[in-house]
Design a protein around this ligand. Structure first.
Ligand code: DQA
Length: 149
């Protein structure tokens, strides 16, 4: 069975309370339940973490190589700042998909650049909770059909 690591970056623990006009009412618990349901349907194993700390995310990715087959990540604000997370993704050599609830390309200019996406297989941005599910499905498809990775 394929094993997927899901990482939620900083402040995503506050979903459902923070900037409701941008992120909506969905909570991290609801997102995690939807991911677990999708994992069951797709017959893959999933482990989910949330961290507000860049170094902790780097460590999670660093340790993932031997334990997982792929990573789904919403690096949140670190998307736009973190060379360390980008390098960790590259060093892991694991197929990684980046997701965002909001469409980062129609927001403030500082959000329109992702430092992490070029290290990833692909990115899904702008579909709310569905971004996670679409990204998860894309990652699984790529693991089953190695042509994409
Ligand atoms: C986000 C977009 C980021 O710019 C922001 O810092 C977040 C959430 C999203 O999912 O839309 O925290 O990653």
């Amino acid at each position: 069975m394929k094993r997927i690591l899901v990482i939620h970056g900083p402040n995503l623990n506050l979903l459902g309370e923070r900037e409701l006009d941008i992120y909506g009412k969905v909570t991290i618990k609801e997102i995690n339940e939807a991911i677990k349901k999708e994992a069951k349907t797709s017959k893959v194993e999933v482990t989910i973490h949330q961290s507000n700390h860049e170094g902790e995310i780097v460590d999670l990715i660093g340790k993932a190589r031997k334990k997982y087959d792929g990573i789904l990540i919403n690096p949140a604000a670190y998307t736009h700042t973190s060379v360390a997370i980008r390098d960790a993704i590259l060093a892991s050599s694991l197929p990684t998909v980046e997701v965002h609830l909001s469409n980062i390309y129609k927001r403030e200019s500082f959000r329109q650049q992702s430092l992490t996406a070029p290290a990833c297989l692909g990115q899904v941005s702008g579909f709310g909770m569905e971004s996670y599910i679409l990204g998860f499905q894309g990652l699984i498809t790529s693991l089953k059909d190695n042509k994409m990775s």
